[in-house]
Design a protein around this ligand. Structure first.
Ligand SMILES: NC(=O)c1ccc[n+]([C@@H]2O[C@H](COP(=O)([O-])OP(=O)(O)OC[C@H]3O[C@@H](n4cnc5c(N)ncnc54)[C@H](O)[C@@H]3O)[C@@H](O)[C@H]2O)c1
Length: 436
């Protein structure tokens, strides 16, 4: 098998044109990174708003500044909904969503639709990389046969790799460049091209022997988190019954310099990854007659957390001779984790919904989410309330659901009559603070 010398040369001298398909939380920073080192980048998305924003140099993701997009545009970054432009690219990197369907099974429709839109324009000497999180076997079983149905031979004429994304939006300690990236190829030639493609923009690219290994690596990382968060959420309930503060326990255990990694309890899992990805493996494991019991159990514990927090709100109000029904309740933080604007799968919203169904009047405050967005399963016609002394005094209960750094915790503790803290933000016991 001969090496694709001309493609490798274009990648290495940065004359290759990079196509990024799906310009969301993953695709946009990657596009910016390729532009930053001098590549011409074409972004492809079905969302015309995103293409328009990029054309105007405007961001649509809070932690990515306008200037980063403007600088990339100056380098030749353009975004479009016109998939014929993919014919101009030498590399196509697919970063589209991989959610679960209504039966909590993998929904690969975004990946397949994307590929189908690209196939008519695919040509010899292109490399295709899938970054979306998925079950082991997706690249080999779903992408390769579709690509080869065009007559192009993978590993000889086009090159196919899987390289999972590890972005941690809002984390100031890591960037796209500094997070090591795993890469697996369909053939040795695919691997060489994939490594060359990522070596140009990522400090450390970690080769693995196959696309399946790369796919499962990503799932292991996220399952590891989901299971450990499930464990610590269960510990929290035990500690609560005994009358121990779980956060004090975790902080003490974390002083052990080996063999312990701290995970923190909370109101439930959120985001596009941790609540969803583990079930991609559960689905695949069933094909082999295996029940992924750790994953299921962690899912069960974690998905009960919003209800547990609601139980704490009920008890707390009860202690003040109040019922949830008729109470005014303020939810602090509706993004799924602190300091970001991402609402996907946010447990705060499930808490809001359960309390509203019980008859509470709900408001929220979140400096990162000024307007309650359109969501598939929830609807609230609300905008973020500004946290003032007068505002805080209006509520029977304040639920700290997401502990953004922008909240004034001293002000809240001083003026809220009752706080249910699901994040362990308040360390000192106080009459008006209930830990959940
Ligand atoms: N967000 C994270 O922190 C994170 C971290 C690691 C891995 N991932 C994985 O990366 C993948 C992408 O996640 P994301 O957070 O960037 O999603 P996102 O929803 O922010 O972005 C996806 C983009 O794909 C576009 N899109 C959808 N269908 C398309 C199609 N047919 N053709 C072209 N574009 C299409 C959407 O319009 C959107 O702009 C997922 O598999 C996710 O699990 C995400």
């Amino acid at each position: 098998m001969t090496l694709p010398i001309s493609l490798l040369k274009k990648i290495n001298d940065r004359s290759a044109i990079i196509g990024i398909v799906g310009l969301g939380y993953i695709g946009l920073p990657l596009a910016i990174r390729y532009a930053e080192v001098g590549y011409k980048v074409i972004g492809l998305d079905i969302d015309s708003n995103k293409a328009e924003c990029i054309g105007k140099g405007q961001t649509y993701i809070e932690h990515i500044p306008d200037t980063a997009i403007q600088d990339a545009v100056k380098q030749g970054f353009e975004a479009t909904t016109d998939f014929t432009k993919s014919a101009e690219t030498d590399a196509l990197i697919i970063c589209v969503p991989t959610p679960l369907d209504d039966h909590r099974e993998p929904d690969l429709s975004f990946v397949i639709d994307t590929l189908e839109s690209l196939l008519p324009y695919m040509r010899k000497s292109q490399v295709i990389s899938l970054e979306s999180t998925t079950y082991p076997g997706t690249t080999e079983e779903q992408l390769k046969p579709r690509i080869e149905s065009t007559g192009l031979k993978v590993g000889e004429e086009v090159f196919l790799v899987y390289s999972p994304e590890r972005e941690d939006p809002g984390n100031p300690n890591f960037t796209t460049q500094t997070i090591p990236k795993v890469c697996g190829g369909t053939t040795p030639n695919c691997m060489k091209v994939g490594m060359a493609l990522y070596d140009q923009v990522i400090d450390q690219v970690v080769p693995v022997s196959s696309t399946q290994v790369a796919e499962m690596t990503k799932l292991l990382e996220n399952i590891h988190r989901a299971v450990n968060i499930g464990l610590v959420n269960e510990m929290k309930i035990v500690a609560d019954k005994i009358g121990i503060d779980i956060h004090e326990v975790i902080d003490a255990a974390a002083t052990k310099p080996f063999g312990f990694v701290p995970y923190y309890p909370g109101p439930g899992l959120g985001g596009h990854c941790i609540p969803i990805d583990p079930f991609y493996l559960t689905w695949k494991a069933r094909e082999y007659g295996i029940n992924t019991r750790f994953i299921e159990l962690a899912g069960e514990v974690n998905s009960n957390m919003p209800e547990w927090v609601v139980g704490k709100v009920t008890q707390a109000l009860n202690q003040h001779q109040k019922a949830v029904n008729g109470s005014r309740i303020l939810i602090l933080g509706i993004a799924y984790k602190k300091n970001v604007d991402d609402m996907r799968e946010s447990p705060s919203v499930e808490i809001m919904s359960q309390l509203q169904n019980m008859g509470a009047t709900i408001e929220y405050s979140d400096p990162h989410v000024p307007l309650f967005p359109k969501m598939r399963n929830y609807q609230f016609d609300l905008e973020s309330s500004e946290l003032t002394v007068d505002k805080l005094k209006q509520f029977d209960c304040v639920v700290l659901a997401t502990d953004h750094d922008l909240f004034n915790y001293g002000l809240i503790a001083q003026h809220a009559s009752l706080i249910v803290d699901s994040r362990g933000r308040y360390h000192q016991p106080a009459d008006n603070i209930i830990k959940a």
